[in-house]
Design a protein around this ligand. Structure first.
Ligand code: BTN
Length: 252
């Protein structure tokens, strides 16, 4: 039984995140959780204003939840809760085990055999009486046989990685359940546990990386650790320690 008060499926929408934010901004009361899924988005977007391309048989989902148990500094941890939920739900598909390598690349890309299959974008929105909600958007390339040209080099789908089609509805239910479990743990004070589990699965740590900041030139660094709020602690080539809230990183 999924503990989600409202789940609605829409065939086509501009963006599940945008649609959920629109709805919440007009509401004075909200069920504890709300979720929207769609088959297709006309304006799917990702981090740093990037476009999120449609793929056939994708899982496109946004889940809204209250942020009242969280301080502002802990909000990025929602992305990690979502990344762990995606990681665990994909791991469950690998019933034989170790057929594909599943990894999290900081901050929240999920890679199968080194290629991105999932992106996560969390945003904040106020309802009509000023209460703040988090909207966690998850896009997963599930059953695509062919990916758009712009994704071919760096992305893949679950079907291409595992070699068989995934039953989308049951996968969606498992993911929702895991997402709620993880976010509840976070909201009820489980930040440290979440961070420990995230660190175990994050391939970026202890690696030489290239940082692609949101603005400015890319540079080399070493990924040292995550701080207590999940910011990436890096050491640059001048041996200076820097904390990153957000950026893209590639592993060298
Ligand atoms: C990223 O990798 O930059 C994050 C991509 C997030 C895409 C999902 S798809 C469902 C939800 N709706 C959106 O417009 N974006 C998120």
């Amino acid at each position: 039984m999924i503990d989600i008060a409202v789940i609605e499926h829409i065939t086509e929408v501009d963006s599940t995140n945008t649609e959920l934010k629109r709805r919440i901004s007009l509401m004075t009361e909200m069920p504890e959780y709300m979720a929207i899924t769609a088959d297709k988005q006309s304006s799917g977007h990702g981090r740093i204003g990037r476009v999120w391309s449609n793929t056939d048989g994708a899982l496109l989902m946004s889940v809204a939840l209250p942020t009242n148990g969280l301080s502002g500094k802990e909000l990025p941890m929602l992305n990690y809760a979502a990344a762990l939920a995606v990681f665990d739900s994909i791991s469950e598909l690998d019933s034989i085990g170790n057929i594909v390598s599943i990894e999290i690349k900081w901050p929240n890309d999920i890679l199968l055999n080194g290629k991105k299959v999932c992106g996560i974008l969390s945003e904040l929105v106020k309802n009509a009486i000023g209460e703040i909600y988090a909207v966690i958007g998850i896009g997963i390339n599930v059953n695509a046989d062919v990916l758009p040209d712009e994704l071919l080099q760096s992305a893949s789908s679950l079907k291409a990685s595992f070699g068989y089609s995934i039953e989308l509805e049951s996968f969606k239910k498992v993911l929702l359940k895991m997402l709620l479990q993880r976010t509840k743990i976070l909201i009820s004070g489980g930040r440290e546990m979440l961070l420990r589990e995230y660190k175990k699965r994050c391939i970026t740590l202890n690696k030489r990386i290239i940082v692609h900041p949101n603005f400015g030139k890319s540079y080399e660094a070493f990924a040292v650790d995550l701080d207590m709020y999940g910011r990436l602690l890096i050491k640059n080539v001048e041996d200076e320690l820097i904390l990153l809230d957000s950026a893209d990183v590639s592993i060298r």
